[in-house]
Design a binder for this molecule. Sequence first.
Ligand code: PMT
Length: 397
Amino acid sequence: MNIVLGITGGIAAYKAPDLVRRLREEFVTGTSLQAVSGRPIRSNLWDKEAEAAMSHIELARWADIVLIAPATAEVMARIVSGGAPDLLTTICLATEAPIALAPAMNHVMWSNPATQANRAVLEERGIHILGPGIGSQACGEEGAGRMLEPDAIAATVFSLTGGKGEGLLEGRKVVVTAGPTREAIDPVRYITNRSSGKMGYALASAAAAQGAQVILISGPVNLAEPAGVEVVKVESAEEMFTATHDAVDDADIFVAAAAVADYRPAEVVEQKIKKCEEVMTLQLARCPDILASVAALERAPFTVGFAAETENVIDYARGKLMKKKLDMIVANRVGRDCGFDRDDNAATVLWAGGEQSYPTSSKTDLARQLIELTAKHFYASRGSETQPRLTIIANKD
Ligand code: PMT
């Protein structure tokens, strides 16, 4: 895969070496941009030597994707205007490859009507806008404008370029659930849990990167939608149940990474409950078990559950594997300092004939490995169906 990576002058540029490493981590690691990319770094349209080696037009044709990360408000405006005053914007004008921008700027600059108008124009033209994330900023303020983490950008780049006929899941349909559900108590309160959706979103991206058609059924989360994935947003377990059954009909694989509520208030009170009693009792009713219901379908997809446990992780997970009649289950420990709402995770995958453990790594890495393992078991379960072909992410050199 050939990536032209444009780095513009935002503070988030310090993340560029990590991003390059993530994009190439299948093969090399290193400490500086030049070393990790193993490619020449270019910054000048008028560099005669570099142009002689590969002209800007050749570079624009060579790219499978042009990624600008971080992308400043200035570079967004330049691309919108169609000008070509520098090498990067010239390549953007001259390329037929997809273009992705990961904006990074102060939150007021991001919400400025001029930047938002530019964003809308870029999106209309089919340019992918990755993020930005929300959180604390280099200027000390809080808001939307942080560059997405290199992991998330790399996963999106792979999913945007993955469908080139080489993915393990080419032509397959994968349905993934992610995030928490919210079970209403009254119009202003609900029961929920600490799931951020990061694990499920990473799985959806990883499946898309392997060429699958992916439907991601997501509870309420604060994450950018993964590129190349159809996202269906839901709130409650009941809504997730309906959306999942609408989607899994012709699916090959179902991955249930959502932290779905087991119980919901038996009745939703129509008006805000007033505080009168010292002790209040809330009656709960069981929510539908989405995973078990999919596994029980007559034409069930290859079904992968998750088990989130605080103790006896493997035993409880094996129990769920058998009871819910799953093909595989991913057991992960959860608590205040693991599993939920973090960028990393560790897991042990169990199936009828064995198990495989994965030590702590980023959720992006773990998701990639889980999807590879899932694809392997899926094909094994389907006997002689199409043999998977390996995705090799490599520079042509
Ligand atoms: O979202 P993150 O912050 O990234 O955190 C990731 C995670 C910890 C949420 C994820 O890795 C995970 O473990 N997801 C499953 C959480 C869960 O609900 O586990 P469980 O052991 O309670 O449920 C077992 C399985 O049944 C799960 O696949 C779950 O999706 C499914 N289930 C549960 C209840 C229900 N009513 N319907 C279901 O389908």
